[in-house]
Write a protein that binds this ligand. Structure first.
Ligand SMILES: Cc1ncc(COP(=O)(O)O)c(C=O)c1O
Length: 405
């Protein structure tokens, strides 16, 4: 069959779809009728259940992952003018959180297979101004934490894990499979945006094993108010609160948390299904000439938040995506490169090279070659819990045909 013979389907297969239903609707209703709708008992219960799931000592629920990263960076002491080593190849939220601290993102290239930070390149960019390393488990694929932590420990640098996409992903650690977010670095941050594996509409979670940082997160998320509402509410005596330092309104609502608790119950089934579908893609796409499939290291198990393939070299990314959309298959291009965005002119990021060695131009950096290649030549295929196998067969059929031209 040729490209021209593909017929449109009545409904486009979406890239992603949250799995929400009656239990979530009932949970939201229960909270609304209870009269306590923000940062109350449901948030506390969600935090505890999340901690048990990932194996973390402390968890703090917040409004989203972007600000979770902001608080994580503040907690480890990132200040104005400091450098934070990270990737450009991520959603812009990762780098933005560094700039919220008035610090400078220092971008390191990725490994082409895992789409994650290349640990070999980290040491080259460590300077006396480096204050932290912010790594991403991109698209749910665990990054090489062992290698990263080894470097971080040698330089006494804290490691923050951007685990926005990685709820349910696992890493082989001390001979056993452990959940991302335990955390293995110092702090991990999760997102519950609808594009993620579970959702609360919007929402975020910070995990750490450091009680001081956890205490700090709880203060910061509510304007650093000395006495939480829950305590004042039940008190028999009048209590006046105080505000000892600058804080933020980064609260999660109880409605979101109640939905999150239901989503957490579904999580094992969701991850299992995503792994099944990802494995099925691997089998069905194995013989497409030039198409590069994602793969897990022996020590990593992805939750397959995204299934990203690299197109054969002769294929034009935009044309392929358009041809697929024309016949009812939605895709997304490879993960963005932040350094190419107008919001990141050369004043706001750094490639780690001395001025005389740096040949960066706005929107282009030779040191971020793999990141740029991944953005320009990879596409993300639909993958969601409810996806039927016939739909997946259709996606595979379409992709094979459009790749042939
Ligand atoms: C890698 C990464 N980090 C951070 C974020 C920000 O998450 P949120 O939308 O919850 O702020 C996202 C969201 O897409 C992401 O993909």
């Amino acid at each position: 069959m040729s490209h021209k013979q593909l017929t449109n389907q009545p409904k486009t297969i979406p890239l992603a779809k949250p799995w929400l239903g009656e239990p979530e609707a009932e949970a939201a209703k229960r909270v609304i009728l209870s009269g306590w709708v923000t940062q109350g008992p449901e948030v506390a219960a969600f935090e505890q259940e999340f901690a048990a799931y990932v194996g973390a000592k402390y968890t703090c629920a917040v409004s989203n992952c972007t600000i979770a990263l902001h608080l994580a960076l503040l907690a480890v002491g990132v200040k104005s003018g400091d450098e934070v080593i990270t990737v450009s190849h991520s959603y812009i939220a990762t780098a933005n959180s560094i700039r919220y601290c008035d610090a400078i993102p220092v971008f390191v290239d990725i490994e082409p297979q895992s789409y994650n930070i290349n640990p070999i390149l980290i040491e080259n960019v460590i300077s006396e101004r480096t204050r932290a390393i912010l790594v991403v488990h991109q698209m749910g694929m665990p990054c090489d934490l062992k290698a990263i932590l080894d470097i971080a420990h040698r330089y006494q640098l804290p490691v923050i894990e951007d685990a926005a996409c990685a709820i349910g992903s696992e890493i082989l650690w001390d001979g056993e499979w452990q959940k991302i977010g335990k955390p293995h670095g110092d702090i991990a941050c999760f997102s519950f945006h609808p594009r993620k594996v579970i959702t609360t509409g919007d929402g975020g979670m910070i995990t750490t094993n450091n009680p001081q940082w956890d205490k700090q997160f709880r203060l910061w998320r509510q304007h650093s108010m000395s006495v939480p509402d829950t305590l004042r509410h039940g008190a028999k005596q009048v209590i006046f609160e105080s505000y000892p330092m600058l804080g933020y309104n980064y609260r999660m609502t109880d409605i979101q948390a109640a939905v999150g608790r239901e989503q957490l119950k579904r999580l094992p089934e969701i991850v299992e299904r995503r792994r099944f579908l990802a494995q099925r893609y691997q089998v069905l796409l194995t013989d497409v000439p030039g198409l590069k499939l994602p793969c897990e290291s022996t020590w990593a198990k992805s939750n397959w938040q995204s299934f990203c393939v690299r197109l054969p070299s002769q294929c034009d990314q935009k044309q392929i995506m358009q041809a697929m959309l024309d016949v009812g298959v939605a895709t997304r291009r490879g993960i963005m490169c932040v350094h190419r965005e107008p919001a990141y002119d050369l004043e706001t990021w750094f490639c780690g090279m001395s001025d005389k060695d740096c040949h960066c131009k706005p929107g282009c950096c030779e040191r971020l070659f793999e990141s740029e290649q991944a953005q320009d030549h990879a596409i993300i295929l639909p993958l969601f819990y409810q996806m039927r196998e016939q739909e997946q067969d259709r996606i595979v059929e379409v992709l094979k045909i459009v790749c042939q031209g």
